[in-house]
Write a new protein. Structure first.
Length: 191
């Protein structure tokens, strides 16, 4: 079995220990028939390699971190066109995925070790916010934006904490906007 990455890539963290998310497709059959995309989230080691575990971590101090495989990675809804990590997150980091299947938010729980953060296991679907196809997703400090070329959807979390999964649609949304791209510029933030 071959696995290929195809589609959008999301990353957060500029140094070692940053997270990278990408859709993985399992090819099978002689003609390369492709299965639905699955979500893989990795961390970067000091050499820039994608890894899902840090050697030497494990019981009794840390839980065993399962290696991500096609058997335990979540299957994405439709074909992804855009992915973005929340700008803030402590022990968990929300990841928005937009595409032909709408808008979903996955949550990755993190484990810190050897100055790196690593996924505790495969990401977990936290919320399916829309079934409308989405072409772009982006976060500011507290909100998640989803755009499909005609409508802008703005979601927020009623908890009021940055980096939490949105659970409410802003009043008046979706907003009618025509265009091909969306840019979100975060201003301010925790000091």
């Amino acid at each position: 079995m071959n696995h290929v990455a195809n589609g959008p890539i999301a990353a957060t963290g500029a140094t070692s220990g940053g997270l990278v998310a990408l859709p993985m497709y399992q090819e099978n059959g002689p003609c390369g028939a492709v299965q639905p995309a699955q979500l893989a989230i990795f961390t970067l080691d000091n050499a820039g390699n994608l890894i899902s575990t840090i050697p030497g971590l494990g019981p009794p101090l840390f839980p065993d971190v399962p290696v991500q495989t096609y058997e335990n990675m979540p299957t994405l809804t439709g074909s992804p066109s855009s992915m973005a990590f929340s700008l803030y997150g402590n022990a968990t980091v929300p990841l928005a995925v937009g595409g032909t299947g709408g808008l979903q938010v996955y949550v990755e729980t993190l484990l810190e070790g050897n100055t790196q953060i690593i996924p505790v296991g495969p990401a977990v679907l936290s919320a399916s916010l829309l079934s409308t196809p989405i072409t772009q997703v982006a976060w500011d400090l507290n909100n998640l934006y989803a755009f499909n070329g005609q409508q802008l959807f703005v979601f927020y979390s009623t908890s009021g904490f940055p980096g939490t999964v949105p659970n409410a649609l802003s009043t008046g949304a979706p907003f009618a906007i025509s265009g091909s791209n969306m840019v979100v510029i975060p201003i301010g933030g925790p000091q």
